[in-house]
Unconditional design. Structure first.
Length: 320
């Protein structure tokens, strides 16, 4: 198993559980009405932030399973996080729904390291299929306006995230060309069932994953391909710690930061047991979250995928 740091180097902190996108490719619309957690209290937020000072925290996402810009306090909280962990990469993801000029001004001046804008399509029909809670015309006007202003300042890297595999190849080529013409990077995230919590068949035919990851779990040892159990901690807005960003059902709760510290939970027996389960060193139920997740793969599959990606990148680099 990979070396486990004494403290999580990557954190997702859910300051709010609200999100208005109602994406059909996300469990949030179905699962969030069952949640007891809502907006994170100031005392809890401050308690968490205080524990980050002086730690080797490398990456902070001040959101989890929701849109951070639905938190009215998010800009103050981003500034507080940056002050507490000035060397950490602070990344925010949102949709065009919240990029109206007033919020856009504050977003452009926020101490961010990266901003991602989710746009799963470029037409009203595609939005109705994938992001029915977002008004297409308003969102695209917001996104275009924000990109124009961002290009004048470029205070941090900006990308548009689009789930890949939902549309025919010709549509995907048009989506790529659209964002390229606007001068913004397109980040393609492979569509998946979110640990079998989204029925992708209702969206029609999806294209197969062309990477080695399509082989998934061939044999142990296993791993999370994004190190969610060995680098990341995922904090719900009421202070409970969930296994990962796929745990919309709040199935695997590893501790509570209202009564424990980050370090206590991170080094606890509960976390160690889960890491053994992820790796395949301990038995799990068939419905264990990771067993349903496309990100849970064999180490051998992960290694081949990394090599394949490196080979592809090398082919794109001209030989001098």
């Amino acid at each position: 198993m990979a070396d486990i740091p004494d403290f999580p180097t990557h954190l997702q902190i859910q300051t709010t559980s609200a999100c208005g996108a109602a994406c059909s490719i996300c469990p949030h619309p179905v699962e969030s009405p069952k949640w007891s957690n809502g907006l994170m209290s100031d005392p809890l937020f401050d308690r968490i932030v205080d524990q980050l000072r002086g730690r080797d925290v490398r990456y902070i996402s001040p959101y989890l399973m929701a849109d951070p810009l639905s938190d009215r306090k998010i800009f103050d909280r981003i500034a507080t996080l940056h002050a507490a962990a000035p060397d950490a990469h602070v990344e925010v993801s949102t949709t065009g729904k919240y990029l109206a000029p007033g919020l856009a001004d504050r977003l452009l001046s926020a101490p961010l390291s990266e901003l991602r804008i989710s746009s799963h399509g470029i037409t009203a029909e595609e939005y109705a299929r994938t992001m029915p809670g977002v008004d297409f015309d308003k969102a695209m006007a917001h996104i275009r306006g924000f990109i124009e202003r961002w290009q004048q300042q470029q205070p941090y890297p900006l990308s548009v995230v689009c789930l890949w595999g939902l549309f025919p190849a010709e549509r995907e080529r048009r989506i790529e060309a659209f964002w390229k013409e606007l001068g913004v990077e397109l980040s393609k995230w492979r569509v998946n069932s979110r640990a079998d919590q989204v029925d992708l068949t209702v969206l029609g035919e999806t294209s197969p994953d062309p990477t080695p990851y399509a082989e998934g779990r061939r044999e142990p040892p296993y791993r999370c391909r994004f190190d969610r159990d060995t680098q990341w901690m995922h904090i719900l807005s009421d202070g409970r710690v969930a296994l990962c960003c796929m745990d919309y059902g709040q199935e695997v709760i590893l501790g509570d930061l209202r009564t424990k510290t980050i370090e206590d939970i991170w080094t606890s027996d509960a976390y160690r047991r889960v890491r053994d389960q992820v790796r395949g060193d301990a038995a799990t139920r068939p419905d264990f979250l990771c067993n349903r997740c496309d990100w849970h793969v064999s180490e051998s599959v992960h290694e081949r995928a990394i090599l394949a990606a490196a080979d592809e990148q090398n082919e794109l680099v001209p030989v001098k």
